[in-house]
Ligand binder design. Structure first.
Ligand code: GN1
Ligand code: MG
Length: 612
């Protein structure tokens, strides 16, 4: 980093001093906290995004959102050039840059100032000594001695103080081989959800990004988190990256799936409207845009922005509380309903049970199961095709990825279908990475965040098969199966979980089989479960292993949980530190709701006794 860049950066950074006494950590989903504490962090994440863009020679995204958190919170996360989450390798740097104590510590060796302080002390001593002497020879001697001592002190102090000290940005740039001088132009796409604090924070992040010379910050305005990820991915593939092109792609592929519905499928479900709770977040406005262009699906959007974001509404509320969200009531009994979260990257379905505020939740696990059944069916049809039999050297591998929060009944059901099911730690960065190892990888968190990833190899193979079938048996079920899979790969967001695209795929699959939400929900019965959270002094004291199903630290707690769990038939229980809140989460599952509640409460008590 040259001197000019250094001074621009220090000057800008000093306008965004970090709050005192706050330690930031790039958690499950970037940095998240009270919005008033975040200006310096988003500025610095802007710098990080610019450096990542320079390193990869690609467009990088920066999203200002706190998803399902309360409206006064905000957050920031980076989308890598693939459209996925920031590479985990850069997370320690994200922590370091967010926690650097002052602007100078980003680019300068602060310790030189300490050396100067030592020299000042010497100079002061020198003046005192000289003024006490009468003879000029004595004064000269003291002067020479002063010069010697100061010189050696400067050398040794500089050496000792700077030994092992790092200049954060310079060191990182060197280590990651980022060529700042003469680098090709770099670009960061910025986006935000509807939080009132978002505008100011985006402006700070833009200043951070452009403080790195040659970087352009392109503000995409208010959009859903998955839209920003989709735009980053598209732009890097040379595809137009606008909201319009996003909707074009979604609607075109939905239409293709609609046109491929097998003949004779019951249309019971077809004309019933879908009611969507938009969490009073960004999904509200976006779903209105989608609706305006959708002729084959009736959608009624509620909680589209007039109420308080995420308050008694949204996917997180519905999934955790299992009660009707604000704006819904007994008159909606029997309707097919869905909930998005504040930034529209989570989706759950539900229906209202009669005479109560209770709902039947159709969660991320059920969405995953629906997708898995559909893909499996299409692959089965395709395997029956002569062209595929003739070219059977390639067998696409389908894998399913869940976390420990997946309901045990869903995992059992998926395994019974003969599918390979893998568990990863919580956080889509882990699930996404694992799913990308398959030809077709389906991942979902129980809370409704997930997608289907298709490998390039599989898509090339599918394209060839589809072209062959087009010439030999156009319009056959086999050719339609190939087309359905191709359309699904375009409809479902390949960058990240996306409530809007996920919702269209759910709707297309329900239509494909003529299923109601009740039929879908009957695939398997969820085991009763309970989630609790416990406030602790230091959540980092809890260390887990085996995809968060075992506690390694503090010692003794896992054994105690095991003793409690053994008391309940089909009992399962685990604890883990949250990555987005200052709590330890407790999850329990058992044969009855009462048992699940008891087990969760006993585990929460253990956590409280040991760590509270
Ligand atoms: C139990 C639960 O729902 N945890 C959520 C929540 O993470 P925690 O680390 O549990 O706070 O927020 C994450 C980001 O949205 C999401 O990926 C994750 O699934
Ligand atoms: Mg979200």
């Amino acid at each position: 980093m040259n001197q000019q860049q250094r001074s621009i950066l220090i000057d800008l950074a000093s306008r965004f001093p970090p709050p005192s006494g706050v330690q930031f950590s790039y958690g499950t989903s970037g940095f998240r906290t009270d919005a008033s504490l975040l200006e310096s962090t988003v500025f610095r994440v802007g710098i990080l995004a610019a450096l990542r863009s320079i390193q990869t020679g690609s467009v990088v995204g920066l999203m200002v959102t706190a998803s399902h958190n309360v409206v006064s919170d905000n957050g920031v996360k980076v989308a890598d050039p693939s459209g996925g989450m920031l590479t985990q390798r850069w997370e320690p740097f994200a922590d370091a840059i967010a926690n650097a104590p002052d602007p100078h510590s980003l680019v300068q060796v602060k310790m030189l100032n300490d050396c100067n302080a030592f020299l000042f002390l010497d100079y002061h001593r020198f003046l005192v000594a000289v003024s006490a002497m009468g003879h000029p020879n004595q004064q000269r001697l003291v002067f020479v001695l002063f010069c010697f001592v100061s010189f050696f002190r400067f050398i040794s102090v500089s050496f000792i103080f700077n030994m092992g000290k790092e200049v954060l940005l310079d060191d990182f740039v060197k280590k990651e081989n980022i060529l700042l001088d003469g680098a090709p132009s770099s670009e960061v796409l910025l986006g935000r959800d509807t939080r009132p604090s978002g505008k100011l924070l985006v402006s700070a992040s833009a200043q951070g990004a452009t403080s790195i010379m040659g970087t352009t910050a392109n503000d995409m305005g208010i959009l859903t988190t998955p839209q920003l990820h989709w735009m980053v991915r598209s732009k890097n593939k040379g595809i137009e990256a606008t909201k319009n092109s996003y909707y074009d792609q979604l609607l075109m592929s939905y239409r293709l799936l609609f046109d491929c519905i097998p003949p004779g499928v019951s249309d019971n479900n077809m004309f019933e409207k879908l009611i969507v709770d938009c969490a009073d977040g960004v999904g509200g406005e976006e779903i209105e845009k989608l609706k305006a262009r959708l002729s084959d699906l009736k959608i009624e959007a509620r909680n589209i922005g007039a109420g308080v974001l995420n308050k008694g509404v949204g996917a997180d509320f519905v999934q955790k509380e299992k009660i009707v969200p604000r704006g819904f009531g007994p008159s909606d009994f029997g309707a097919r309903c869905a909930s998005l979260d504040g930034d529209a990257d989570r989706l759950v379905y539900f229906y209202i049970l009669s005479d109560s505020d209770k709902i039947k939740l159709v969660d991320g696990d059920k969405i995953l199961t629906l997708f898995a059944l559909f893909i499996k069916e299409q692959l089965g049809i395709l395997n029956g095709a002569e062209n595929v039999k003739a070219n059977n050297s390639y067998q696409p591998c389908l894998g399913v990825v869940q976390t420990a929060y997946a309901n045990g009944a869903s995992t059992d059901y998926l395994k019974q279908l003969g599918l390979e099911v893998v568990l990863t730690p919580t956080g889509v960065k882990y699930l996404h990475e694992k799913a990308a190892e398959y030809d077709i990888g389906i991942y979902f968190e129980a809370n409704g965040h997930g997608t289907i990833l298709f490998s390039e190899t599989f898509l090339c193979w599918l394209d060839t098969i589809n072209n062959d079938l087009l010439s030999t048996s156009r319009g056959s079920e086999q050719q339609k199966a190939a087309l359905r899979l191709l359309a699904t790969s375009k409809l479902i967001n390949q960058a990240v979980g996306d409530a809007l695209s996920g919702m269209l795929l759910v709707e297309a699959i329900l239509l494909h089989w003529g299923w109601s939400i009740f039929r879908w929900n009957e695939l398997y019965q969820d085991l009763p479960s309970r989630q609790l959270k416990v406030k602790v002094i230091d959540r980092a004291a809890v260390v887990t292993a085996n995809a968060e199903t075992l506690v390694v630290k503090p010692p003794g707690i896992q054994e105690a949980i095991d003793v409690e769990t053994a008391k309940y038939p089909k009992g399962r229980c685990f604890i883990r530190p949250s990555g987005t809140e200052d709590v330890v989460r407790v999850y329990a599952e058992a044969l009855t709701q009462e048992a699940a509640d008891d087990l969760a409460r006993s585990a929460a008590r253990l956590v409280d006794q040991l760590l509270g």
